[in-house]
Design a protein around this ligand. Structure first.
Ligand code: GLC
Length: 567
Protein backbone atom coordinates (compact mmCIF):
# COMPACT_ATOMS: atom_id res chain seq x y z
CA UNK A 1 0.00 0.00 0.00
CA UNK A 2 2.81 2.39 0.94
CA UNK A 3 3.91 3.01 -2.64
CA UNK A 4 0.48 4.38 -3.47
CA UNK A 5 1.06 7.27 -1.16
CA UNK A 6 3.42 10.11 -1.72
CA UNK A 7 4.10 12.41 1.16
CA UNK A 8 2.87 15.84 0.28
CA UNK A 9 3.76 18.98 2.13
CA UNK A 10 4.43 18.50 5.81
CA UNK A 11 1.45 19.38 7.87
CA UNK A 12 1.88 21.85 10.70
CA UNK A 13 1.49 19.83 13.89
CA UNK A 14 -2.04 20.30 15.13
CA UNK A 15 -3.91 19.81 18.35
CA UNK A 16 -6.46 17.07 18.69
CA UNK A 17 -7.98 18.36 21.93
CA UNK A 18 -11.63 19.46 21.69
CA UNK A 19 -12.03 23.23 22.02
CA UNK A 20 -12.19 24.81 25.42
CA UNK A 21 -12.67 28.57 25.18
CA UNK A 22 -11.41 29.20 28.68
CA UNK A 23 -8.10 27.40 28.20
CA UNK A 24 -5.11 29.24 26.84
CA UNK A 25 -2.48 28.12 24.35
CA UNK A 26 -4.61 25.38 22.81
CA UNK A 27 -4.08 26.98 19.39
CA UNK A 28 -7.57 25.75 18.59
CA UNK A 29 -7.59 27.83 15.39
CA UNK A 30 -5.10 25.52 13.72
CA UNK A 31 -7.84 22.92 13.27
CA UNK A 32 -11.00 24.83 14.05
CA UNK A 33 -14.24 24.92 12.10
CA UNK A 34 -15.36 28.53 12.04
CA UNK A 35 -18.92 29.45 11.06
CA UNK A 36 -19.46 32.89 9.53
CA UNK A 37 -22.59 34.74 10.56
CA UNK A 38 -23.78 37.67 8.50
CA UNK A 39 -25.91 39.19 11.27
CA UNK A 40 -28.52 40.90 9.09
CA UNK A 41 -29.44 37.58 7.54
CA UNK A 42 -28.99 34.87 10.16
CA UNK A 43 -31.97 35.10 12.52
CA UNK A 44 -34.32 37.92 13.42
CA UNK A 45 -35.12 37.93 17.13
CA UNK A 46 -37.35 41.02 17.29
CA UNK A 47 -39.46 40.62 14.17
CA UNK A 48 -38.28 43.71 12.30
CA UNK A 49 -37.14 41.77 9.24
CA UNK A 50 -33.42 42.16 10.02
CA UNK A 51 -31.32 39.60 11.84
CA UNK A 52 -29.89 40.53 15.23
CA UNK A 53 -27.87 39.38 18.23
CA UNK A 54 -30.96 38.07 20.01
CA UNK A 55 -31.65 35.95 16.94
CA UNK A 56 -28.12 34.51 17.01
CA UNK A 57 -28.52 33.60 20.69
CA UNK A 58 -31.82 31.91 19.98
CA UNK A 59 -30.27 29.79 17.21
CA UNK A 60 -27.07 28.85 19.01
CA UNK A 61 -28.33 25.29 19.41
CA UNK A 62 -28.11 24.87 15.61
CA UNK A 63 -24.41 25.69 15.77
CA UNK A 64 -23.86 23.39 18.74
CA UNK A 65 -25.49 20.53 16.83
CA UNK A 66 -23.40 21.35 13.79
CA UNK A 67 -20.32 20.95 15.96
CA UNK A 68 -18.41 24.08 15.01
CA UNK A 69 -15.63 25.58 17.17
CA UNK A 70 -16.11 29.29 16.63
CA UNK A 71 -18.38 31.90 15.10
CA UNK A 72 -17.10 34.83 13.06
CA UNK A 73 -19.66 37.62 13.12
CA UNK A 74 -19.57 40.13 10.25
CA UNK A 75 -19.78 43.75 11.48
CA UNK A 76 -22.44 44.40 14.07
CA UNK A 77 -21.51 47.99 14.88
CA UNK A 78 -23.66 51.13 14.48
CA UNK A 79 -23.62 51.87 10.78
CA UNK A 80 -25.73 53.51 8.09
CA UNK A 81 -25.45 50.09 6.39
CA UNK A 82 -24.38 51.58 3.09
CA UNK A 83 -22.00 48.63 2.71
CA UNK A 84 -23.82 46.10 4.85
CA UNK A 85 -22.09 47.24 8.06
CA UNK A 86 -18.54 47.40 6.66
CA UNK A 87 -19.08 51.13 7.05
CA UNK A 88 -18.61 51.49 10.80
CA UNK A 89 -19.87 54.62 12.56
CA UNK A 90 -18.80 53.58 16.07
CA UNK A 91 -16.33 50.78 16.78
CA UNK A 92 -17.29 50.45 20.45
CA UNK A 93 -20.99 49.69 20.27
CA UNK A 94 -23.59 47.40 18.71
CA UNK A 95 -26.02 48.77 16.12
CA UNK A 96 -29.38 49.35 17.82
CA UNK A 97 -31.05 47.32 15.07
CA UNK A 98 -28.84 44.37 16.07
CA UNK A 99 -29.15 44.84 19.84
CA UNK A 100 -26.92 46.26 22.55
CA UNK A 101 -23.56 45.69 24.20
CA UNK A 102 -25.42 43.73 26.88
CA UNK A 103 -26.84 41.46 24.18
CA UNK A 104 -23.30 40.96 22.86
CA UNK A 105 -22.06 40.09 26.36
CA UNK A 106 -24.91 37.62 26.77
CA UNK A 107 -24.17 36.02 23.39
CA UNK A 108 -20.48 35.67 24.24
CA UNK A 109 -21.37 34.10 27.59
CA UNK A 110 -23.84 31.65 25.98
CA UNK A 111 -21.38 30.75 23.25
CA UNK A 112 -18.54 30.18 25.69
CA UNK A 113 -20.77 28.03 27.87
CA UNK A 114 -21.45 25.94 24.76
CA UNK A 115 -17.72 25.66 23.94
CA UNK A 116 -17.91 28.08 21.01
CA UNK A 117 -15.55 31.02 20.53
CA UNK A 118 -16.49 34.39 19.09
CA UNK A 119 -14.48 36.20 16.42
CA UNK A 120 -15.61 39.68 15.41
CA UNK A 121 -14.91 41.73 12.33
CA UNK A 122 -12.46 44.62 12.61
CA UNK A 123 -12.68 47.19 9.81
CA UNK A 124 -9.52 49.34 9.96
CA UNK A 125 -9.05 50.52 6.37
CA UNK A 126 -11.97 52.94 6.46
CA UNK A 127 -14.73 54.24 8.69
CA UNK A 128 -18.26 55.21 7.74
CA UNK A 129 -18.77 58.81 6.73
CA UNK A 130 -21.07 58.92 9.77
CA UNK A 131 -18.14 58.23 12.12
CA UNK A 132 -17.53 61.20 14.43
CA UNK A 133 -13.99 61.52 13.10
CA UNK A 134 -15.17 61.98 9.53
CA UNK A 135 -17.94 64.37 10.55
CA UNK A 136 -15.26 66.42 12.31
CA UNK A 137 -12.92 66.16 9.30
CA UNK A 138 -15.58 67.49 6.93
CA UNK A 139 -16.24 70.43 9.20
CA UNK A 140 -12.59 71.21 9.86
CA UNK A 141 -10.25 73.30 7.72
CA UNK A 142 -7.79 71.89 5.18
CA UNK A 143 -4.55 70.95 6.93
CA UNK A 144 -6.24 70.52 10.34
CA UNK A 145 -5.50 67.53 12.60
CA UNK A 146 -9.08 66.31 12.01
CA UNK A 147 -8.37 66.05 8.28
CA UNK A 148 -5.10 64.24 8.88
CA UNK A 149 -6.89 61.18 10.23
CA UNK A 150 -8.09 60.48 6.68
CA UNK A 151 -6.53 60.51 3.22
CA UNK A 152 -7.68 63.99 2.28
CA UNK A 153 -5.80 65.88 -0.40
CA UNK A 154 -6.13 68.89 -2.72
CA UNK A 155 -7.14 68.02 -6.27
CA UNK A 156 -5.29 68.43 -9.53
CA UNK A 157 -6.12 70.85 -12.35
CA UNK A 158 -6.14 74.62 -12.26
CA UNK A 159 -8.71 74.84 -9.52
CA UNK A 160 -8.22 71.43 -7.94
CA UNK A 161 -11.23 70.21 -9.87
CA UNK A 162 -9.60 66.89 -10.79
CA UNK A 163 -9.12 64.04 -8.29
CA UNK A 164 -5.58 63.66 -6.86
CA UNK A 165 -4.98 60.56 -9.01
CA UNK A 166 -6.69 58.01 -11.24
CA UNK A 167 -7.40 55.30 -8.65
CA UNK A 168 -10.73 53.55 -8.98
CA UNK A 169 -12.86 52.21 -6.15
CA UNK A 170 -13.32 48.45 -5.80
CA UNK A 171 -17.08 48.96 -6.19
CA UNK A 172 -16.66 51.08 -9.32
CA UNK A 173 -16.13 54.75 -10.12
CA UNK A 174 -13.38 57.05 -8.90
CA UNK A 175 -11.78 56.34 -5.52
CA UNK A 176 -11.98 60.05 -4.71
CA UNK A 177 -14.91 62.24 -3.71
CA UNK A 178 -14.77 65.99 -3.31
CA UNK A 179 -15.63 67.79 -0.08
CA UNK A 180 -17.67 71.03 -0.23
CA UNK A 181 -14.53 73.14 0.28
CA UNK A 182 -12.79 71.54 -2.71
CA UNK A 183 -10.43 68.97 -1.10
CA UNK A 184 -10.82 65.31 -2.00
CA UNK A 185 -11.02 62.22 0.23
CA UNK A 186 -9.92 58.74 -0.74
CA UNK A 187 -12.27 55.76 -0.52
CA UNK A 188 -11.07 52.48 -1.95
CA UNK A 189 -14.64 51.19 -1.57
CA UNK A 190 -17.90 53.20 -1.42
CA UNK A 191 -17.85 56.98 -1.06
CA UNK A 192 -19.48 56.41 2.34
CA UNK A 193 -16.25 54.62 3.45
CA UNK A 194 -13.42 57.20 3.71
CA UNK A 195 -9.96 55.62 4.07
CA UNK A 196 -8.08 56.31 7.28
CA UNK A 197 -4.52 57.62 7.20
CA UNK A 198 -2.46 54.89 8.84
CA UNK A 199 0.64 57.06 9.06
CA UNK A 200 -1.22 58.98 11.78
CA UNK A 201 -0.27 57.76 15.27
CA UNK A 202 -3.68 58.73 16.62
CA UNK A 203 -5.30 56.30 14.15
CA UNK A 204 -2.90 53.57 15.20
CA UNK A 205 -3.53 54.11 18.90
CA UNK A 206 -7.30 54.16 18.35
CA UNK A 207 -7.30 50.67 16.85
CA UNK A 208 -5.13 49.28 19.62
CA UNK A 209 -7.69 50.65 22.06
CA UNK A 210 -10.55 49.15 20.03
CA UNK A 211 -8.88 45.74 20.13
CA UNK A 212 -8.57 46.01 23.90
CA UNK A 213 -12.18 47.14 24.25
CA UNK A 214 -13.53 43.98 22.60
CA UNK A 215 -11.03 41.66 24.25
CA UNK A 216 -12.24 43.11 27.50
CA UNK A 217 -15.82 42.39 26.50
CA UNK A 218 -14.87 38.74 25.97
CA UNK A 219 -14.26 38.11 22.28
CA UNK A 220 -11.71 35.50 21.23
CA UNK A 221 -10.45 36.99 18.02
CA UNK A 222 -10.73 39.30 15.07
CA UNK A 223 -11.28 38.87 11.36
CA UNK A 224 -9.49 41.84 9.87
CA UNK A 225 -11.16 43.44 6.86
CA UNK A 226 -9.05 44.50 3.86
CA UNK A 227 -5.92 43.51 5.76
CA UNK A 228 -3.78 44.17 2.68
CA UNK A 229 -4.99 47.77 2.40
CA UNK A 230 -4.31 50.41 5.08
CA UNK A 231 -0.96 51.68 3.81
CA UNK A 232 -0.75 53.85 0.71
CA UNK A 233 2.22 55.11 -1.26
CA UNK A 234 2.64 58.66 0.12
CA UNK A 235 3.26 59.97 -3.40
CA UNK A 236 -0.20 58.70 -4.42
CA UNK A 237 1.01 57.89 -7.96
CA UNK A 238 -1.40 57.13 -10.78
CA UNK A 239 -2.03 53.46 -11.47
CA UNK A 240 -1.01 52.16 -14.87
CA UNK A 241 -4.05 49.93 -15.18
CA UNK A 242 -7.24 49.49 -13.23
CA UNK A 243 -7.56 45.78 -12.69
CA UNK A 244 -9.75 43.61 -10.46
CA UNK A 245 -8.85 43.45 -6.78
CA UNK A 246 -6.90 40.17 -6.84
CA UNK A 247 -5.13 40.85 -10.14
CA UNK A 248 -4.17 44.33 -9.04
CA UNK A 249 -2.57 42.82 -5.96
CA UNK A 250 -0.09 41.18 -8.37
CA UNK A 251 1.30 44.53 -9.42
CA UNK A 252 4.70 44.96 -7.86
CA UNK A 253 4.96 47.88 -5.49
CA UNK A 254 1.25 48.56 -5.86
CA UNK A 255 0.43 52.01 -4.44
CA UNK A 256 -2.39 50.82 -2.17
CA UNK A 257 -2.46 47.01 -1.88
CA UNK A 258 -0.07 44.75 -0.04
CA UNK A 259 2.53 47.37 0.81
CA UNK A 260 5.36 46.46 3.16
CA UNK A 261 4.20 49.03 5.68
CA UNK A 262 1.13 46.97 6.63
CA UNK A 263 3.33 44.42 8.39
CA UNK A 264 4.49 46.90 10.99
CA UNK A 265 0.86 47.59 11.90
CA UNK A 266 0.04 43.90 12.05
CA UNK A 267 2.98 43.29 14.37
CA UNK A 268 1.74 45.98 16.70
CA UNK A 269 -1.68 44.31 16.91
CA UNK A 270 -0.17 40.87 17.37
CA UNK A 271 1.88 42.14 20.30
CA UNK A 272 -1.34 43.45 21.86
CA UNK A 273 -3.08 40.11 21.38
CA UNK A 274 -0.14 38.14 22.75
CA UNK A 275 0.14 40.37 25.80
CA UNK A 276 -3.61 40.21 26.46
CA UNK A 277 -3.60 36.45 26.01
CA UNK A 278 -0.79 36.08 28.52
CA UNK A 279 -2.47 38.42 30.98
CA UNK A 280 -5.95 36.95 30.68
CA UNK A 281 -5.16 33.29 30.09
CA UNK A 282 -7.58 33.23 27.17
CA UNK A 283 -6.71 32.32 23.57
CA UNK A 284 -6.81 35.23 21.17
CA UNK A 285 -6.36 35.10 17.42
CA UNK A 286 -6.69 37.20 14.30
CA UNK A 287 -7.37 36.13 10.76
CA UNK A 288 -6.66 38.29 7.73
CA UNK A 289 -8.85 39.04 4.79
CA UNK A 290 -5.96 39.65 2.42
CA UNK A 291 -6.70 39.41 -1.30
CA UNK A 292 -3.05 39.06 -2.24
CA UNK A 293 -1.10 36.79 -4.50
CA UNK A 294 -0.50 33.32 -2.93
CA UNK A 295 3.24 34.03 -3.02
CA UNK A 296 2.76 37.11 -0.86
CA UNK A 297 0.33 35.60 1.64
CA UNK A 298 2.86 33.81 3.89
CA UNK A 299 4.32 37.19 4.87
CA UNK A 300 1.05 37.91 6.67
CA UNK A 301 1.35 34.64 8.58
CA UNK A 302 4.77 35.07 10.13
CA UNK A 303 4.83 34.12 13.82
CA UNK A 304 4.51 37.74 14.96
CA UNK A 305 1.75 38.64 12.48
CA UNK A 306 -1.66 37.08 11.73
CA UNK A 307 -2.45 33.67 13.17
CA UNK A 308 -4.02 32.79 9.86
CA UNK A 309 -5.46 34.17 6.67
CA UNK A 310 -8.23 33.32 4.25
CA UNK A 311 -7.23 31.38 1.20
CA UNK A 312 -8.86 33.07 -1.79
CA UNK A 313 -6.68 31.14 -4.20
CA UNK A 314 -8.52 27.94 -3.21
CA UNK A 315 -11.91 29.65 -2.96
CA UNK A 316 -11.65 30.88 -6.54
CA UNK A 317 -10.52 27.56 -7.97
CA UNK A 318 -12.70 25.93 -10.62
CA UNK A 319 -14.16 22.49 -9.85
CA UNK A 320 -11.17 20.68 -11.29
CA UNK A 321 -9.04 17.98 -9.66
CA UNK A 322 -5.70 19.24 -10.96
CA UNK A 323 -6.33 22.90 -10.18
CA UNK A 324 -7.61 22.11 -6.72
CA UNK A 325 -4.71 19.85 -5.91
CA UNK A 326 -2.28 22.56 -6.97
CA UNK A 327 -4.13 25.12 -4.82
CA UNK A 328 -4.01 22.75 -1.83
CA UNK A 329 -0.27 22.24 -2.28
CA UNK A 330 0.35 25.98 -2.58
CA UNK A 331 -1.59 26.72 0.58
CA UNK A 332 0.07 23.97 2.63
CA UNK A 333 3.54 24.98 1.48
CA UNK A 334 2.89 28.67 2.13
CA UNK A 335 1.55 28.12 5.63
CA UNK A 336 4.26 25.61 6.49
CA UNK A 337 7.03 27.98 5.50
CA UNK A 338 6.05 30.33 8.31
CA UNK A 339 4.72 27.86 10.89
CA UNK A 340 1.06 28.71 10.33
CA UNK A 341 -1.75 26.46 9.16
CA UNK A 342 -3.76 26.60 5.97
CA UNK A 343 -7.41 27.63 5.89
CA UNK A 344 -10.14 26.46 3.56
CA UNK A 345 -13.33 28.23 2.56
CA UNK A 346 -15.54 28.13 -0.50
CA UNK A 347 -18.09 30.83 0.24
CA UNK A 348 -18.53 34.05 2.18
CA UNK A 349 -20.71 37.16 2.06
CA UNK A 350 -18.77 38.59 -0.91
CA UNK A 351 -18.91 35.79 -3.47
CA UNK A 352 -21.53 33.79 -5.36
CA UNK A 353 -22.38 30.75 -3.24
CA UNK A 354 -20.37 27.75 -4.40
CA UNK A 355 -23.41 25.45 -4.75
CA UNK A 356 -24.25 27.77 -7.66
CA UNK A 357 -20.71 28.51 -8.91
CA UNK A 358 -20.07 24.79 -9.27
CA UNK A 359 -23.21 24.41 -11.37
CA UNK A 360 -21.97 26.85 -14.00
CA UNK A 361 -19.93 25.95 -17.10
CA UNK A 362 -16.16 26.17 -16.58
CA UNK A 363 -14.64 29.63 -16.73
CA UNK A 364 -17.94 31.43 -16.26
CA UNK A 365 -17.33 34.89 -14.80
CA UNK A 366 -19.85 34.35 -12.00
CA UNK A 367 -19.93 37.98 -10.92
CA UNK A 368 -21.00 39.02 -14.42
CA UNK A 369 -23.26 35.96 -14.86
CA UNK A 370 -25.58 37.17 -12.09
CA UNK A 371 -26.80 39.97 -14.30
CA UNK A 372 -25.84 38.91 -17.80
CA UNK A 373 -26.66 35.20 -17.61
CA UNK A 374 -27.63 33.21 -19.53
CA UNK A 375 -29.27 31.68 -16.47
CA UNK A 376 -30.38 28.52 -18.30
CA UNK A 377 -26.79 27.24 -18.26
CA UNK A 378 -26.97 26.72 -14.51
CA UNK A 379 -27.19 23.06 -13.50
CA UNK A 380 -28.25 23.51 -9.87
CA UNK A 381 -28.40 19.78 -9.10
CA UNK A 382 -24.84 19.31 -10.35
CA UNK A 383 -23.71 22.33 -8.33
CA UNK A 384 -25.19 20.90 -5.15
CA UNK A 385 -23.66 17.47 -5.75
CA UNK A 386 -20.25 19.05 -6.20
CA UNK A 387 -20.73 21.27 -3.16
CA UNK A 388 -21.51 18.19 -1.05
CA UNK A 389 -18.35 16.49 -2.30
CA UNK A 390 -16.38 19.68 -1.69
CA UNK A 391 -17.58 19.73 1.92
CA UNK A 392 -15.86 16.39 2.54
CA UNK A 393 -12.71 17.63 0.82
CA UNK A 394 -12.66 20.84 2.84
CA UNK A 395 -13.21 19.18 6.19
CA UNK A 396 -10.51 16.54 5.63
CA UNK A 397 -7.67 18.89 4.68
CA UNK A 398 -5.05 19.87 7.27
CA UNK A 399 -5.82 23.25 8.78
CA UNK A 400 -9.04 25.04 9.60
CA UNK A 401 -12.28 25.40 7.72
CA UNK A 402 -14.48 28.46 7.40
CA UNK A 403 -18.13 27.80 6.59
CA UNK A 404 -20.50 30.56 5.52
CA UNK A 405 -23.99 30.52 7.01
CA UNK A 406 -26.34 28.43 4.91
CA UNK A 407 -23.53 26.45 3.29
CA UNK A 408 -24.43 23.57 5.61
CA UNK A 409 -27.90 23.64 4.02
CA UNK A 410 -26.50 23.63 0.49
CA UNK A 411 -28.10 27.02 -0.11
CA UNK A 412 -27.72 28.28 -3.66
CA UNK A 413 -27.13 31.87 -4.70
CA UNK A 414 -30.41 33.75 -5.17
CA UNK A 415 -29.28 34.99 -8.56
CA UNK A 416 -32.74 36.15 -9.60
CA UNK A 417 -33.33 38.83 -6.96
CA UNK A 418 -35.28 41.63 -8.62
CA UNK A 419 -33.04 44.63 -9.15
CA UNK A 420 -35.33 46.94 -7.20
CA UNK A 421 -34.54 45.11 -3.93
CA UNK A 422 -30.76 45.21 -4.39
CA UNK A 423 -28.95 46.81 -1.47
CA UNK A 424 -25.26 46.24 -2.26
CA UNK A 425 -23.50 49.51 -3.27
CA UNK A 426 -21.89 47.55 -6.11
CA UNK A 427 -25.17 47.78 -8.07
CA UNK A 428 -25.31 51.58 -8.09
CA UNK A 429 -21.56 52.22 -8.14
CA UNK A 430 -21.06 49.98 -11.16
CA UNK A 431 -23.83 51.92 -12.91
CA UNK A 432 -25.99 48.83 -12.99
CA UNK A 433 -23.40 46.67 -14.73
CA UNK A 434 -22.78 44.39 -11.74
CA UNK A 435 -25.58 43.00 -9.61
CA UNK A 436 -23.44 42.72 -6.49
CA UNK A 437 -23.45 40.44 -3.48
CA UNK A 438 -27.03 40.37 -2.21
CA UNK A 439 -27.73 36.94 -3.70
CA UNK A 440 -25.55 35.24 -1.08
CA UNK A 441 -26.96 37.39 1.74
CA UNK A 442 -30.58 36.29 1.57
CA UNK A 443 -31.88 35.41 5.06
CA UNK A 444 -31.53 31.82 6.25
CA UNK A 445 -34.58 29.52 6.11
CA UNK A 446 -35.15 27.81 9.44
CA UNK A 447 -38.59 26.31 8.91
CA UNK A 448 -40.49 24.81 5.99
CA UNK A 449 -43.19 27.49 6.11
CA UNK A 450 -43.94 30.86 7.67
CA UNK A 451 -43.67 34.42 6.39
CA UNK A 452 -39.87 34.23 6.26
CA UNK A 453 -39.27 30.50 6.71
CA UNK A 454 -38.65 30.99 10.43
CA UNK A 455 -36.05 33.74 9.93
CA UNK A 456 -38.28 36.12 11.89
CA UNK A 457 -41.92 36.78 12.49
CA UNK A 458 -42.51 39.51 9.99
CA UNK A 459 -40.79 39.01 6.67
CA UNK A 460 -37.14 39.40 5.73
CA UNK A 461 -35.13 42.36 4.50
CA UNK A 462 -34.35 40.53 1.24
CA UNK A 463 -37.00 38.28 -0.34
CA UNK A 464 -36.42 34.54 0.04
CA UNK A 465 -37.37 32.32 -2.89
CA UNK A 466 -40.08 29.66 -2.41
CA UNK A 467 -37.43 26.94 -2.86
CA UNK A 468 -35.84 27.96 0.46
CA UNK A 469 -38.55 26.13 2.48
CA UNK A 470 -37.39 22.70 1.36
CA UNK A 471 -33.78 23.67 2.18
CA UNK A 472 -34.62 24.87 5.70
CA UNK A 473 -33.02 23.49 8.85
CA UNK A 474 -36.39 21.98 9.78
CA UNK A 475 -36.78 20.25 6.39
CA UNK A 476 -33.30 18.74 6.48
CA UNK A 477 -33.03 17.74 10.13
CA UNK A 478 -33.31 13.97 10.53
CA UNK A 479 -33.08 13.29 6.78
CA UNK A 480 -29.86 11.28 6.59
CA UNK A 481 -29.39 12.14 2.94
CA UNK A 482 -29.66 15.88 3.52
CA UNK A 483 -26.78 18.30 3.14
CA UNK A 484 -27.28 19.45 6.74
CA UNK A 485 -26.95 15.92 8.16
CA UNK A 486 -23.93 15.35 5.91
CA UNK A 487 -22.25 18.38 7.50
CA UNK A 488 -23.22 17.34 11.03
CA UNK A 489 -21.74 13.88 10.56
CA UNK A 490 -18.68 15.18 8.74
CA UNK A 491 -17.82 17.70 11.45
CA UNK A 492 -18.24 15.07 14.18
CA UNK A 493 -16.09 12.55 12.29
CA UNK A 494 -13.54 15.24 11.51
CA UNK A 495 -12.91 15.66 15.22
CA UNK A 496 -12.22 11.99 15.75
CA UNK A 497 -10.48 11.15 12.46
CA UNK A 498 -8.89 14.18 10.84
CA UNK A 499 -7.96 16.64 13.58
CA UNK A 500 -4.35 15.94 14.43
CA UNK A 501 -4.25 13.08 11.88
CA UNK A 502 -0.91 14.20 10.53
CA UNK A 503 0.51 15.25 7.17
CA UNK A 504 -1.31 14.90 3.89
CA UNK A 505 -0.06 12.23 1.51
CA UNK A 506 -1.47 12.20 -2.02
CA UNK A 507 -2.22 8.85 -3.56
CA UNK A 508 -0.05 8.66 -6.66
CA UNK A 509 -2.27 5.92 -8.08
CA UNK A 510 -5.37 8.04 -8.28
CA UNK A 511 -3.77 11.32 -9.11
CA UNK A 512 -1.68 9.96 -11.95
CA UNK A 513 -3.96 7.37 -13.48
CA UNK A 514 -7.26 9.03 -13.03
CA UNK A 515 -7.09 12.71 -13.67
CA UNK A 516 -10.60 13.16 -12.37
CA UNK A 517 -9.78 11.83 -8.91
CA UNK A 518 -8.05 13.32 -5.91
CA UNK A 519 -7.20 10.97 -3.13
CA UNK A 520 -5.12 11.56 -0.01
CA UNK A 521 -4.59 10.07 3.37
CA UNK A 522 -3.68 11.51 6.70
CA UNK A 523 -2.72 8.77 9.10
CA UNK A 524 -5.40 6.11 8.88
CA UNK A 525 -8.01 8.38 7.32
CA UNK A 526 -8.45 8.56 3.54
CA UNK A 527 -10.41 11.10 1.51
CA UNK A 528 -11.25 10.40 -2.11
CA UNK A 529 -13.00 12.89 -4.36
CA UNK A 530 -14.26 11.86 -7.77
CA UNK A 531 -14.59 15.03 -9.83
CA UNK A 532 -15.77 13.25 -12.97
CA UNK A 533 -18.87 11.25 -13.82
CA UNK A 534 -17.33 7.80 -14.19
CA UNK A 535 -17.54 5.51 -11.14
CA UNK A 536 -14.22 4.71 -9.43
CA UNK A 537 -13.24 2.04 -6.92
CA UNK A 538 -12.73 3.32 -3.39
CA UNK A 539 -9.56 2.44 -1.47
CA UNK A 540 -9.69 -0.58 0.83
CA UNK A 541 -10.97 0.02 4.33
CA UNK A 542 -14.14 0.95 6.17
CA UNK A 543 -16.28 3.62 4.57
CA UNK A 544 -17.03 6.31 7.16
CA UNK A 545 -19.04 8.75 5.10
CA UNK A 546 -19.92 9.48 1.49
CA UNK A 547 -21.48 12.54 -0.10
CA UNK A 548 -23.59 10.26 -2.35
CA UNK A 549 -24.52 6.58 -1.91
CA UNK A 550 -21.96 4.17 -3.42
CA UNK A 551 -23.07 2.16 -6.45
CA UNK A 552 -24.38 -1.40 -5.95
CA UNK A 553 -20.87 -2.72 -6.62
CA UNK A 554 -19.34 -0.36 -4.07
CA UNK A 555 -17.90 2.32 -6.36
CA UNK A 556 -18.00 6.08 -6.06
CA UNK A 557 -20.01 7.73 -8.82
CA UNK A 558 -18.89 11.32 -9.22
CA UNK A 559 -19.13 14.05 -8.53
CA UNK A 560 -18.86 12.69 -5.03
CA UNK A 561 -16.45 12.16 -2.15
CA UNK A 562 -15.90 9.48 0.45
CA UNK A 563 -14.02 9.13 3.72
CA UNK A 564 -12.49 5.79 4.52
CA UNK A 565 -10.49 4.42 7.41
CA UNK A 566 -7.72 2.17 6.18
CA UNK A 567 -8.27 -1.30 7.59
C1 GLC B 1 -14.27 43.36 2.63
C2 GLC B 1 -15.62 42.82 3.04
C3 GLC B 1 -16.64 43.36 2.09
C4 GLC B 1 -16.63 44.86 2.18
C5 GLC B 1 -15.24 45.42 1.91
C6 GLC B 1 -15.13 46.86 2.32
O1 GLC B 1 -13.87 42.87 1.40
O2 GLC B 1 -15.60 41.43 3.09
O3 GLC B 1 -17.92 42.87 2.36
O4 GLC B 1 -17.53 45.40 1.25
O5 GLC B 1 -14.27 44.75 2.66
O6 GLC B 1 -15.14 46.97 3.70
Amino acid sequence: MADLWRTGRRNIPGMSTPPNPTASNSEWWRNGVVYQIYPRSFADGNGDGTGDVMGIRARLDHLVQLGIDAIWISPWYPSPLLDGGYDVANYRDIAPRFGSLDDARALIADAHAAGIRIIIDLVPNHTSWDHEWFVAARNAAPGSPERHRYMIRPGRGTNGELPPNNWTAVFGGSAWTRLPDGEWYLHLFDSSQPDLDWTNTEVRQEFVDILRFWIDLGVDGFRVDVAHGLVKDPALPDLAATEGILESALVENHPHWDRDGVHEIIREWRAVLDAEQAARGRDLMMVAEAWVHPASLPKYLRPDEYHQSFNFDFLQCEWDAGLMRAAVDRALAGAEAVGSTATWALSNHDVVRHATRYGLPPETDWRAWLLDGPHEVLDAALGLRRARAAALLLLALPGSTYLYQGEELGLPEVYDLPVDVLDDPVWENSRHTRKGRDGCRVPIPWTVGGSSFGFGTDGAWLPQPARFGSLSVEAQTGDVDSTLELHRRAIALRRSHWVGAGPLEWSSKFSREEEQVLCFRRGEAICIVNFGDEPVAVPAGTVMLTSEPLTADGRLLGPAAAWITAG
